[in-house]
Design a binder for this molecule. Structure first.
Ligand code: SIN
Ligand code: MN
Length: 267
């Protein structure tokens, strides 16, 4: 596994809270290169680019590591892959890669949900032994639709009442749109939030976070004048590959072999 700066106390904190802000950041050169690539990829004409409801405003771009060299390298940077391996305690591969753009005044909210509900019910992922690494491509503040997490909420299993394939065979749009297929009822999230509080995933561009597949999270509309592009790499433990492969490869990685880190965090 990749050597990393994470001591074991970091792992126990992550296990307790289900989220973690990395002391490492992506440098300005890497960030500029990545942001440039993402803006270019948003122009692609394929199903991996998803739009806000009823418009041509780009909501998300999926699977970029499959077709873009900068993104292919990004998932192998020690700051991302090393953190994922340390917190998972196992070698990992890329299960999912997405950039959610949240354009100024346009980016729609994501209701309370748990990512593992999608991966378990739609793909048959055996356990929540995956991890999201978030890269803030823009400065994220309280006003431009940051992720909001409920610390510790990953420890109670899944809260939705859905069953496998609830969104309907092939209807993966309900996994990436504002009308999410698997949500956590508001009253459940309100109760958890009243007990544990909530935290915002904010910071300057380049900030890195990790969060757990089962943590309850949401994000609000972006009513501000600032874009909130958030890049999310989901690493899955190599021992935890899903059983059902019905969704497209840009949503569920097919190459389950362990990744090897590159030598530096430059792009
Ligand atoms: C968001 O981009 O605001 C939400 C992303 C997610 O929940 O995966
Ligand atoms: Mn999510």
């Amino acid at each position: 596994m990749t050597n990393s700066i994470q001591p074991s106390s970091t792992r126990s904190r992550y296990d307790r809270d289900g989220w973690f802000r990395s002391p490492e950041v992506l440098g300005p050169d890497a960030l500029a290169r990545l942001t440039g690539r993402v803006e270019a990829l948003a122009e692609r004409d394929g199903p991996e680019v998803v739009y806000e409801k009823g418009s041509r405003v780009v909501r998300g771009i999926h699977g970029c590591h499959l077709f873009d060299d900068t993104c292919r390298r990004l998932v192998r940077l020690p700051a991302l892959l090393g953190m994922a391996e340390q917190l998972l305690g196992e070698q990992a591969y890329v299960y999912q890669f997405k950039v959610n753009m949240k354009q100024p005044g346009e980016g729609a909210a994501w209701p309370w949900h748990q990512d593992f509900a999608f991966w378990s019910r739609e793909d048959g992922m055996p356990a929540d032994r995956a991890i999201n690494i978030a890269v803030l491509l823009d400065e994220v503040h309280a006003g431009n639709g940051p992720l909001r997490v409920i610390p510790g909420s990953h420890r109670f299993g899944l809260f939705d009442s859905g069953a496998a394939g609830d969104a309907g065979e092939g209807d993966w749009h309900k996994h990436v749109s504002a009308d999410l297929a698997h949500t956590v009822p508001d009253e459940v999230a309100d109760k958890l939030a009243a007990e544990s509080g909530t935290e915002l995933v904010t910071g300057p561009a380049g900030t890195l976070y990790a969060f757990h597949p089962s943590i309850v999270h949401s994000s609000s509309n972006n009513l501000s004048a600032d874009r909130r592009a958030l890049l999310l790499v989901t690493y899955n433990a190599v021992s935890n590959a899903p059983l059902r492969l019905t969704r497209p490869e840009f949503l569920v990685g097919r190459d389950t072999s362990a990744l090897t880190a590159v030598g530096s965090n430059s792009l």
